[in-house]
Every structure is written in structure tokens, then in C-alpha cells.
Write a protein that binds this ligand. Structure first.
Ligand SMILES: Cc1ncc(COP(=O)(O)O)c(C=O)c1O
Length: 451
């Protein structure tokens, strides 16, 4: 007998913004069974807000998923996409080109740190991570170091869901269903140190020595390490801000041992830390940086990997004539994504989004740290327009408390994000003080209401 389908709450069939049934879409990173019994739908977005199909406004405390940095529904981006769709929907970038992809790459290269001028397009942060790892391996081989096949990540790192990013990433939960990972991968320890650093504002004072573990890995693996990949500020595992001097130390050790340093700037790029990229705010320039999300304000999926000229020249000039890198995506440099990126980066400059983030950061920091006295809060961390509020878990039920807080906030008109028992906030960079007050006020009420 075919089991009965779970009951889906009645939907208004007259409204085009409401799906008629929730069965077909296998939702990513979701509790599908819970959601389909208790759907929370978003139908429209504008500025700092989402709207449900019923028209209820939800203040966006997470810029979607760390990506709509310029706020929602930006006319300039929408029009650029519409215009490009009418001119040329798609053209390949394998052995052919279209002008707008080259222009988008040039705009990205203008924004990246000096000397990081070569841009490879992908469609997501995950693809950017895997692309960066492949470029690092190709670079080492091209410079005659083909024994360098080992990739180093960090515990609690998140680099998306491809096999490269998942293997170099350091989140057990993301791996447990999928068997073997990439071989030749090792990890640095994470830098989360509640005992010494709880309630630090900005960069924690303690923990530079976690970077020194790279020396141990070099002692263990010799000259087989190709690259180290880290997020400048780790977001997905709950806002881990690097200790003072930590990234500088990693840079020094990579240089000393012939290892490439890759920054995953998927969330720290495009103004989130009050600068174009995290590299600038944190004062350390990597060899390769990955990006996505804010690149197009998330209006069309797009990611990118930017490399130093040295990396590009070594791979390209070091190869026999013909294709130099056997890697690429059908949609690399897609015309609509390229149009969205050009319009987004123009907005970024015209409205000085990093400057706006910097201007409101002190108010944001103060507001986030005001939650310190709320029940069960064990740490608060912040950097730029990011904040992480860590809660003591319910006994035997890790993550349950924060998930209930997420749901209560949504029902009270505010979108927050939770990971484990950490609430992570990353609003659009156009946020203003009354939004900050509402976001933190609603969260404070939810933390008080839910134990
Ligand atoms: C640092 C980092 N890298 C990679 C990714 C993966 O990006 P995507 O979901 O676009 O594949 C994310 C997503 O949140 C991220 O935060």
C-alpha cells in the first residue's frame, strides 16, 4: 500500500506567488519533513525586507544567505539583467568569448588587492572553492613541484559542498553521509577559544599560535603541501574571527614553505567587513581568493576565483600550446551573471557600501554586545557587519534552542540565521540604526522567551 502523503496546509491557488504543493522540491540543507508541515515562505523582497505570500514584512538580518549586500530588488541590477537577457541570453566561453564577461572580470580585478588581477568565473561558492584548489595543484605542477598534492584546510572551515570544499572544510556533519573524502588533505585547528576570548569585540587577542600548527604539518608532510585554504572570518560555523596576527602568521609560514595561501572570501568579500575584501581589512594578501554571493548581489548565481598574476602566468605560460587549464563550467562568465556583476560592482562603488558598513559598525557592535545579559548567552563575536551570538545548548539536544529562536524571530518579523546553537547575523550593508534596533530587540525577546 502506498503510504498517505503528509498533509500540506491549504494554499491559496489563486495566488501565483504560492506553490500548490510542496512535495517535489527536495529542499537543500533543510528539515524537509518539518518545513513541509510548517512552511515559512518568502514571496517578494525589497530593500531591507522580505514579504511573505500573505504580505507580512520580515526584516532581513542575514542579507538572504550573506549575499544581498546592497539590499533587495535593486533597480539598477534588475534592469541590467533584463537588458542583457534581451541582447544575448547565452554564449559559450570555451574557445569563444563575449565582451561582457571580460568586462565583469576587469571590474572584479579592479577591486581585488594589487597583483591579484586574473579572474576565473564559476557559478557558486562551492565551485569557486573546488576551482581554487585545482588551480593551486596546477600551479604547483607547472612550477615543477608536482609532489605538492596535499591540501590543508581548517577545522570548522566551510568551503561549500563539492568534494574539494567538503574535504578541505572541517565540518563533520557535512561529511558523514558521503563516505571517502579527497585523499591528501589535512587540517589546522580552529581558532575558537571561548575560555580566553569570550565576548571579545572584534579580533580576539589570543590564538595567534594556532597558525603555528602549520609548521607541524610541514614537519609531517614535508614538501608535499600545495595550498592552505581558510576563510578570513569563518561564517557558516558560527562567526569565528581570526585572532590578532593569526592570518599574518599563516602568510609568513606559507611563504617560507612554498605553499599557496587561499582565502575563501565568499562571505567576507564585497563590503561585509567594511572593506572591498576581508584581505584588506585584515591586512593580509593571499595568492588566490574565492568569491560568490555579493558579487552579483545574489540576483544571478555567480562565483569567481581571483589569482595573482604569478599563479596565472605560471599555469598559462608553463603549459604546452593549447588549453592550459582543463577546467571550466558551461556557465562560466554567463552573460546575465556578468551583467548583474557589473551593475552590482558599480552600485558598490557609487553607494560606497563598504563605507556604509564601516560607519554603522560601532553601533552594530554595541547593539550585538547588548545581548550579553540575555539568558544562556555564552559568547558574542563580531567583525564588520557580522555578529555571532552563541548560546548554551539544551541538554542532549544541540541546535534545538537556536532553531526555536530562528522560528520565533521569523514569526515575529525578523530573519536570523542559526548554525548549531549560534545565531549568525549579517544584514544588508544598507542597514540603518532603526533596523539594527528592531533586529536586536526582536532577537533579545526571542532569547528571553525560549530556553
Ligand atoms: C565561506 C564559504 N565558502 C563557500 C560557500 C559555498 O557557497 P555556495 O553555497 O554558493 O556554493 C559558502 C556558503 O555559505 C561560504 O560561506
Amino acid at each position: 500500500m502506498v503510504p498517505a502523503r503528509p498533509k500540506v496546509p491549504a494554499m491559496n491557488e489563486m495566488s501565483p506567488s504560492r506553490p500548490n504543493n510542496l512535495d517535489s522540491f527536495w529542499m537543500p540543507y533543510s528539515d524537509n519533513r518539518y518545513f513541509k508541515q510548517n512552511p515559512r515562505l518568502l514571496a517578494r523582497a525589497e530593500g531591507m525586507s522580505y514579504f511573505t505570500p500573505e504580505g507580512r514584512e520580515i526584516l532581513d538580518g542575514t542579507a538572504g544567505l550573506w549575499c544581498c549586500n546592497a539590499g533587495h530588488g535593486r533597480r539598477e541590477i534588475v534592469e541590467a539583467i533584463q537588458k542583457q537577457a534581451a541582447i544575448m541570453d547565452f554564449a559559450p566561453t570555451f574557445q569563444l568569448g563575449h565582451p561582457i564577461a571580460f568586462e565583469a572580470a576587469a571590474r572584479v580585478a579592479e577591486m581585488t588587492p594589487e597583483g591579484i588581477d586574473r579572474v576565473f568565473f564559476t557559478n557558486s561558492g562551492s565551485e569557486s572553492a573546488d576551482t581554487a584548489l585545482k588551480i593551486a595543484l596546477a600551479y604547483q605542477k607547472a612550477r615543477g613541484q608536482s609532489q605538492r598534492v596535499r591540501l590543508i584546510g581548517r577545522e570548522r572551515g566551510y568551503h561549500g559542498v563539492g568534494f574539494g570544499g567538503m574535504s578541505v572544510g572541517g565540518i563533520g556533519g557535512n561529511r558523514k553521509q558521503f563516505g571517502a573524502m579527497l585523499p591528501y588533505v589535512d587540517h589546522l585547528p580552529h581558532t575558537h577559544d571561548l575560555q580566553r576570548n569570550a565576548f571579545t569585540r572584534g579580533m580576539p587577542a589570543h590564538g595567534v599560535e594556532y597558525a603555528d600548527v602549520l609548521e607541524n604539518l610541514v614537519a609531517l608532510h614535508g614538501d608535499t603541501i600545495a595550498a592552505v585554504m581558510v576563510e578570513p572570518v569563518a561564517g557558516s560555523t558560527g562567526v569565528l574571527v581570526p585572532p590578532v596576527g593569526y592570518l599574518n602568521r599563516l602568510r609568513e609560514l606559507c611563504d617560507r614553505h612554498g605553499i599557496l595561501l587561499i582565502f575563501d572570501e565568499v562571505i567576507t568579500g564585497f563590503g561585509r567587513l567594511g572593506t572591498d575584501f576581508g584581505a584588506e581589512r585584515l591586512g593580509v594578501v593571499p595568492d588566490i581568493m574565492t568569491m560568490a554571493k555579493g558579487l552579483t548581489n545574489a540576483a544571478v548565481p555567480m562565483g569567481a576565483v581571483a589569482t595573482t598574476n604569478t599563479v596565472y602566468d605560471t599555469v598559462v605560460n608553463g603549459s604546452p600550446a593549447g588549453i592550459e587549464l582543463f577546467h571550466g563550467y558551461t556557465y562560466s562568465g554567463h552573460p546575465l551573471a556578468s551583467a548583474a556583476a557589473i551593475a552590482t560592482l558599480a552600485l558598490h562603488r557609487e553607494e560606497d557600501l563598504p563605507g556604509r558598513a564601516r560607519a554603522i559598525e560601532p553601533y552594530w557592535q554595541e547593539a550585538a554586545h547588548s545581548l550579553r545579559s540575555a539568558p544562556g548567552v555564552v559568547d558574542i563575536r563580531d567583525c564588520g557587519l557580522i555578529a555571532g551570538i552563541e548560546l548554551a545548548p539544551r541538554e542532549g539536544k544541540p541546535g534545538a534552542r537556536a532553531m526555536d529562536i530562528f522560528r520565533k524571530c521569523f514569526d515575529d518579523g525578523v530573519l536570523v540565521r542559526v548554525t548549531g546553537d549560534i545565531v549568525a547575523l549579517s544584514p544588508p550593508l544598507i542597514i540603518e540604526k532603526p533596523h539594527v534596533d528592531r533586529l536586536i530587540g526582536t532577537l533579545n525577546d526571542a532569547i528571553h522567551a525560549i530556553h
